[in-house]
Design a protein around this ligand. Structure first.
Ligand code: ATP
Ligand code: MG
Length: 593
């Protein structure tokens, strides 16, 4: 019986490690030492300095459904600890040998209890410092069928590292020591906050150098942690950690909405990287959904994921411009330093002095760079350089982190020089982003307004589509659509959000219904369609490659990029500029080696 229950939770060494370390965290440990032999196939040992277990309670700790963590059944809806079922140790003891040694603060002595295959073998006093040591070996010794499912030591080890990485990311207040086959893998000191140092150790150096801190507080929830700048992307979703009330969880909807926040900043199939902590009222999350507690259910999942998406979008937009990316690339900068080096956007005209003799170029540059879209009747989409003035010597250097243009190469790249060294800018990609962000800002108000169609559009719908449409009517009206039913099986579109007036509307409606059918949200879909339109407008409206620019024009573009959110990527997610530091250049020429 025990073995059946055990099958749910204890399927491999990594799940044992997870249960043991979570117990140590629940016991308030500030130092946890983990020692693994052969990917856990030979030995798993977890030692902590937590509260310990009283000698008399040792048998209780390993018996099924005994937990010290929930006093009442209603506690189940208000869970603050990792453990609550009182099942983990019993399940481990049922399929392996478990040696439990522990001492509480006030006890005259500690105790050791040994369980093997569900039977208590030893229970006797022993001297042991305060805290608990649990050793697990002989895993699945008597269950060959289960043992067969274990992988090689190497791949079991990889799974253990995955599990521990999440726990170590979430618990900076705890010192961890991890040893594998006697070799020290990690030694992490206690820290007040999750530091970039811990991120570098546990995730990667390049991730730690590319992170943007997130701190968003709403009435119902708080989001903190780090997201990688869109410059740092992954081929798979392997560097994504989401913690809900400290618990690492997998939630497809939330992960998906975080990815959506990067929408037009990521290239193709790339994935963002993040370590995010969501805190909310425990009564609003059900953690008792999955035996391994890796899934949770939210009271209002849809609203939460929409809100998260906006929050991350906001962080990306704010920080991508403000953060001097050149600084992020310096490995020596700590997070604190990066925060300090982030600069508030200032109006360049207030700081820069125009040199009189150059004043006449700005009109010319403006004429050349500004773009009018006749197709959409925009009144002079302002790619104005009026606010972008000639540099004076007194310029605050950090604000012009893209430096000074020096030359143009083959009509494609701008070569510039900044404090760190060389900057190369893809002219077209950069301008496209500048235009796009500006269009987007302009349209953000207009997109909410509704524009009547000259000829109303009749759209026949299948029974399934009718049901979907019915459920969307109110929301679509809020977004600027006026849609009525026409008979039983068709609807008639009378007005749409202004920006969509030129789109292929019936195609758009069908795609919208499809996306709703697959669990998408209407406002996101519409926003995305608008982004696509804007992005194609921006692409056509931006400077083409092979156009000669004057130095002044190049500088004007650099200054606009510095003022534009997300200007590090074009709308297709490609980088718009790269930095090569003096050190990197020196390396190329083997200088100083
Ligand atoms: N490292 C530890 N330090 C102190 N007490 C512990 C430790 N590990 C286990 N215990 C005690 O043993 C009990 C049983 O642990 P077990 O992991 O089986 O159950 P749980 O943590 O209560 O619930 P769950 O099955 O959800 O993990 C705990 O409730 C706790 O009282
Ligand atoms: Mg437990």
């Amino acid at each position: 019986m025990n073995q059946i229950a055990a099958g749910e939770v204890i399927d491999r060494p990594a799940s044992i490690v997870k249960e043991l370390v979570e117990n140590s965290l629940d016991a308030g440990a500030t130092h946890i030492e983990i020692h693994i032999e052969e990917g856990g196939l030979n030995l798993i040992e977890v030692r902590d300095n937590g509260s310990g277990i009283h000698y008399d309670d040792l048998p209780l700790a390993v018996s099924a459904h005994a937990t010290s963590k929930l006093q009442h059944t209603y506690d189940l809806f208000n869970i603050h600890s990792f453990g609550f079922r009182g099942e983990a140790l019993a399940s481990i003891g049922a399929v392996a040998r478990l040696r439990l040694t522990s001492t509480t603060a006030d006890a005259p002595h500690g105790g050791i209890l040994v369980v093997e295959n569900g039977a208590v073998q030893t229970h006797q006093p022993i001297a042991h410092p305060q805290g608990t040591l649990i050793a697990v070996d002989r895993l699945f010794h008597t269950i060959p069928a289960r043992k067969k499912f274990l992988k090689s030591a190497r791949s079991e080890w990889a799974k253990i590292v995955d599990v521990l990485t999440a726990l170590m990311l979430a618990h900076n207040e705890v010192a961890f020591t991890l040893r594998h086959n006697q070799q020290c893998i990690y030694q992490l000191p206690v820290q007040e906050h999750l530091s970039t140092q811990r991120l570098a150790t546990l995730v990667s150096h390049s991730f730690a150098q590319a992170v943007l801190p997130v701190a968003v507080a709403r009435e119902e929830w708080q989001l903190s942690g780090f997201i990688a700048s869109p410059r740092y992307t992954r081929a798979s979703a392997d560097q994504q950690w989401l913690f809900v009330n400290g618990r690492p969880i997998k939630d497809r909807q939330l992960s998906f909405s975080i990815k959506l926040a990067y929408d037009d900043l990521l290239h193709g199939q790339r994935h963002p990287a993040f370590v995010l902590f969501l805190t909310l009222d425990p009564t609003k999350v059900d953690v008792n959904v999955h035996p391994a507690k890796t899934e949770v259910r939210f009271a209002d999942g849809r609203a939460l994921s929409d809100a998260l998406r906006y929050a991350i979008r906001e962080t990306l937009a704010q920080q991508a411009t403000l953060l001097n990316d050149a600084h992020v690339m310096q490995p020596s900068h700590t997070m604190q330093h990066q925060t300090a080096s982030r600069i508030e956007p200032t109006n360049p005209t207030t700081q820069w002095r125009v040199k009189e003799d150059k004043a006449d170029w700005s009109a010319q540059v403006q004429a050349e760079l500004s773009w009018q879209s006749k197709a959409v009747h925009l009144e002079n989409v302002p790619i104005s350089v009026a606010s972008t003035q000639v540099m004076s010597e007194e310029v605050v250097e950090d604000e012009q982190y893209l430096g000074q243009a020096r030359a143009q190469i083959q009509g494609v790249y701008i070569v510039a020089e900044n404090r760190q060294g060389l900057v190369l800018v893809d002219m077209h990609a950069a301008h496209e982003r500048v235009v796009y962000e500006r269009l987007k800002r302009q349209w953000s108000e207009l997109s909410q307004t509704s524009q009547p169609l000259l000829v109303p559009l009749i759209v026949p719908l299948s029974v399934h589509q009718q049901a979907l449409m019915e459920s969307l009517m109110v929301q679509l009206a809020e977004l600027g659509f006026i849609i009525d039913w026409l008979g039983e099986s068709s609807c008639v579109v009378r007005a749409v959000p202004a920006l969509l007036v030129k789109a292929d509307l019936s195609d758009l409606l069908f795609k919208l219904l499809d996306s709703i059918d697959q669990g998408g949200s209407a406002d996101h879909f519409i926003a995305r369609q608008q982004d696509i339109l804007l992005s194609s407008m921006a692409c056509h409206g931006s400077v083409r490659a092979n156009r000669q620019l004057t130095l002044a024009e190049m500088n004007a573009l650099l200054r606009q990029m510095e003022q534009t959110p997300n200007s590090g990527q074009c709308n297709h997610g490609r980088p718009t500029w790269i930095q090569m530091t003096m050190t990197e250049l020196d390396k190329l020429f083997l200088r100083g080696q």
